[in-house]
Design a protein around this ligand. Sequence first.
Ligand SMILES: Cc1cc2nc3c(=O)[nH]c(=O)nc-3n(C[C@H](O)[C@H](O)[C@H](O)COP(=O)(O)O)c2cc1C
Length: 387
Amino acid sequence: MSKNISNLSGRIGLKNNLFQKLSERSLKSKNDSGIKEIADEYKMGVSTIHGAESFYEFLRPAHREKKAFVCNGSACMCAGTQESLKKKLKEKLGENKVGEMFCLGHCYENHAFHYNGENYAGNDINQIDKIIKGENIPQEKYFSKSFAKTSFLMDDKLSSLDQFKDNLNKFLKTDKKEIINSLLSSNLTGRGGAGFPTGMKWDFCSKANSQKKYVVCNADEGDSGAFSDRYLLEDQPLKVLFGMIICGYVIDSDEGVLYIRGEYPKSIEAINGSINSLKEAGLLGEKILGTDFSFDLNICIGQGAYICGEETALIASIEGRRAEVDVRPPFPVTEGLYKKPTVVNNVETLAAASGILLNGPEKFSAIGNKKSAGTKLGKKHIFQKEY
Ligand SMILES: Cc1cc2nc3c(=O)[nH]c(=O)nc-3n(C[C@H](O)[C@H](O)[C@H](O)COP(=O)(O)O)c2cc1C
């Protein structure tokens, strides 16, 4: 059954993605209008579309009736700031108009809440009248600092389009096997939790026999207190996207997607802006930099389901299925998105892959133990006040 849905959804693919389509319908409409049309377009039953839609917190009618959402992630809860915040918001917006969202990634300042598509935290609540009027308020930003001799993740070696172009030119002329060997010798292991060697994952997928393959960036960072992916998406977007493009080149894929949680609106904005800039500069799209390699990137916005961080649930979600975990094997490298070979990597893994290619694998493998090498972003690197 789920295989059929994957294949039916895959007929249309990422460009007119089913999950985005059903999310948009649900966020726009208060009733079932439009469901039948989507079901017909994708040649699925209405119940299948309904089943998928009803999985997500943000798409439920009760959620959509709220105007503001206080963060219920553990940092905000432990700080004890959320009850009084909720009270203040209810006074302004109405008793039934304030809901909850899970971790908005402002764990360093607490008092976090979401209003009208934006996140606020710290002292922002004191400006609630201006926020409700739609005025822009100055917001405090975190500071970040690298404590490593070589900064693979926080340096500025990939912060301009010129740097991006020079490096892309270089690596699209580099032998694919050489890139895989660099990752293997760096001892980079996945930063999403399971710790699988990244070079091996790319190598397996490069050897899979298929006309179509995908690169998926797992940006569903749902673990409370972990806002490191948010830092990379917002402050180092080109490093993340470079990792995806090089992965696409190595495995022979022409399309990728970033699954970014809806609780991170600024991350979505930053990545969207960077993708558009890369397209305008000819660094994404058809025959990049005059080579035979074409690659495009898409964004899927999560709708409030923690489990979508697990890779098989994330794939199910993009396909427009209910985001339930699938049995492995088969692993995504052989049967992933739309049942095609897929590399699913965490945001930090992809940024680290870029850092390794730019700085050399030896420097990375020299840090840590042989099983798990390199630097790791932590809360010590991103904080509210400058050290
Ligand atoms: C319940 C659960 C939640 C997960 N959440 C995330 C997540 O938010 N982000 C992430 O990258 N990986 C998450 N993972 C791990 C992914 O399934 C997968 O291992 C990872 O995206 C692979 O990328 P990596 O090899 O770069 O780590 C989660 C796993 C489980 C079991």
